[in-house]
Design a protein around this ligand. Structure first.
Ligand SMILES: NC(=O)C1=CN([C@@H]2O[C@H](COP(=O)(O)OP(=O)(O)OC[C@H]3O[C@@H](n4cnc5c(N)ncnc54)[C@H](O)[C@@H]3O)[C@@H](O)[C@H]2O)C=CC1
Ligand SMILES: CC/C=C\C[C@H](O)/C=C/C=C\C=C\C=C\C(=O)[C@@H](O)C/C=C\CCC(=O)O
Length: 263
């Protein structure tokens, strides 16, 4: 899991990650008897305290913490290799690292979109059945802003639309090529995390549109982290889901079909 130390997916561990262990392990024949998780993130400060909590709870042998910046190809490559060497395989990748800052928009594209593409291509070297892998599933964290416009955040919107488009095309490319790797994406609404705090300061040239964003927050409400976690596991364990974009609202979750231009 990339981008795992704070925010939406930190909750996976304290709330319900291992509740889904059996279903996840049942998907592949070469898995051992327990779920093992590598957490990749660039945030060293948060790593230490999370590491202590999780290793106490689940045991050191099931967890690996690796410093990794998705903007750095060599770091991502090394982190996947270390995961392979430690656990013997990679079956699930969650591309969750993301930032929101309209002032540093090139960096936002680099982390939110290029980072997802980079990690996907690198992990396929290990998962791809044509290269000796066991197949697997990739879940990219996009956003509702990957489906509709978040007007105060045009570049964030572009990065997340990019993630949805990449997911759908990559899923089809993988299936047609026989890689044995499913690719899906999660599109949550607003979630109370660090990324969601202090929003006006992150809107850069569009801070004057903050009231519109606030209206959207009121319209959609806040999604609980555990709802995102449940949606993530649906995409992992439901083998019929490939190329899916799963919208997570406060009251429900639903799939958003891709628009076809050939009908
Ligand atoms: N909070 C929200 O309302 C929503 C967030 N999202 C998406 O969910 C994902 C997670 O966001 P949150 O948990 O809210 O944010 P967060 O800021 O709480 O957590 C983001 C995590 O990504 C890591 N990260 C950031 N840049 C990185 C890099 N270059 N390399 C490696 N790790 C990096 C951070 O260290 C942190 O652990 C993001 O992709 C975000 O766009 C999607 C919909 C709603
Ligand atoms: C402020 C950003 C915080 C978190 C980012 C996160 O990824 C959450 C995004 C959630 C919402 C996305 C909204 C999508 C909106 C639409 O689909 C629009 O079509 C809604 C229609 C009108 C919006 C008019 C307006 O923005 O004023």
């Amino acid at each position: 899991m990339i981008g795992a130390f704070v925010g939406i997916f930190e909750a996976q561990f304290s709330q319900c990650f291992w509740a889904h262990e059996e279903a996840a392990l049942g998907l592949w024949t070469d898995c051992g008897s327990s779920l093992q998780v590598a957490l990749l993130d660039m945030n060293k400060t948060e790593a230490e305290s999370l590491m202590q909590t999780l290793t106490k709870q689940y045991g050191q042998e099931r967890l690996l913490f690796l410093h990794c910046d998705v903007e750095q190809e060599e770091q991502v490559k090394a982190a996947f290799q270390k995961t392979m060497d430690t656990f013997g395989g990679i079956h699930i990748l969650c591309n969750n690292a993301g930032i929101l800052n309209e002032s540093t928009w090139e960096k936002m594209i680099s982390v939110n979109l290029v980072g997802v593409i980079r990690a996907t291509y690198l992990v396929l070297e290990h998962m791809n059945k044509l290269k000796g892998g066991q197949g697997g599933v990739i879940v990219n964290t996009a956003s509702l802003a990957g489906i509709g416009p978040l007007v105060s955040c045009p570049v964030y919107t572009a990065s997340k639309h990019g993630v949805v488009g990449f997911t759908r095309a990559m899923s089809a490319a993988s299936a047609l090529s026989g890689y044995g790797v499913r690719v899906n994406c999660l599109c949550p609404g607003f979630v109370q995390t660090g990324l969601f705090s202090n929003i006006p300061a992150r809107l850069g040239p569009f801070s004057h549109l903050k009231d519109g964003t606030q209206l959207l927050v009121e319209k959609f409400g806040i999604v609980n982290m555990s709802q995102v976690v449940e949606a993530f596991f649906e995409l992992v364990t439901d083998e019929t889901k490939d190329g899916a974009a799963l919208l997570v609202f406060q009251q429900e979750r639903k799939y958003m079909p891709a628009v076809s231009v050939t009908d």
